[in-house]
Design a protein around this ligand. Structure first.
Ligand SMILES: N[C@@H](CCC(=O)N[C@@H](CS)C(=O)NCC(=O)O)C(=O)O
Length: 199
């Protein structure tokens, strides 16, 4: 299998953490998203990464579908709870974390424009999505205990990727959420988290 990725993509990080947690061998190919001809583009008509190319050549995207694929075809260790209620909570957490990533990316892209070209309404709107998402995660994180021998669940994997990305691009956003940041830091040395840390 081959994963088209970038070193900083939080969506690709979700997949990279899951691959490591499940101990699945996969070639990682970093692409340059600024290159209109990048290798992942022909595999996904949207031109987005991550894209996982299976051994039979078939492409799987987006990150949520890739995680689903890994769970179906490489079920051990399970990243989703068996109980239906817990499973939906876990998938909802993934959706929230993905939303935080989307809003952070939109905020970063707008913020990169020169000051006189920035859409301040958009910046404010995206920032507030990130903040309310983080506030909810902070509340949830009180219930998350993690031991190094227990696999992460899929929701937590997505949350790690989201917090790591906010920490990379706008660390000041995390300041009001010290407990959440502490939870993230407590996982820093876990191999799947350490090896995928965005540089
Ligand atoms: N919903 C998608 C989002 C993927 C995404 O936004 N990827 C970004 C990199 S973090 C990308 O490829 N951007 C390039 C583009 O939009 O052309 C997923 O979960 O995989």
């Amino acid at each position: 299998m081959r994963l088209y990725s970038t070193p900083t993509s939080p969506f690709a990080r979700k997949v990279r953490i899951a691959l490591l947690e499940k101990n699945i061998q996969c070639d990682i190919e970093n692409v340059n998203l600024r290159d209109p001809e990048h290798a992942g583009r022909e595999k996904n008509p949207l031109g987005k990464i991550p894209v996982l190319v299976r051994n039979n050549g078939e492409a799987v995207y987006d990150s949520a579908v890739i995680l689903h694929y890994l769970e179906l075809f490489h079920p051990e260790p399970a990243l989703l709870p068996g109980d239906p209620e817990e499973k939906i909570r876990c998938l909802r957490l993934e959706a929230l974390a993905d939303g935080i990533m989307d809003a952070t990316i939109a905020w970063v892209q707008e913020h990169r424009h020169s000051k006189d070209c920035q859409d301040l309404t958009l910046i404010g709107k995206q920032r507030s999505k990130v903040q309310s998402g983080l506030a909810y995660l902070q509340e949830q994180s009180q219930r998350w205990t993690q031991s190094s021998d227990k696999p992460l669940d899929l929701g937590q994997i997505a949350v790690i990727a989201a917090i790591g990305y906010v920490d990379l691009r706008a660390p000041e956003f995390l300041v009001p959420y010290a407990d959440l940041h502490r939870w993230y830091q407590s996982l820093r040395d876990r191999p799947s988290v350490a090896e995928t840390s965005p540089q």
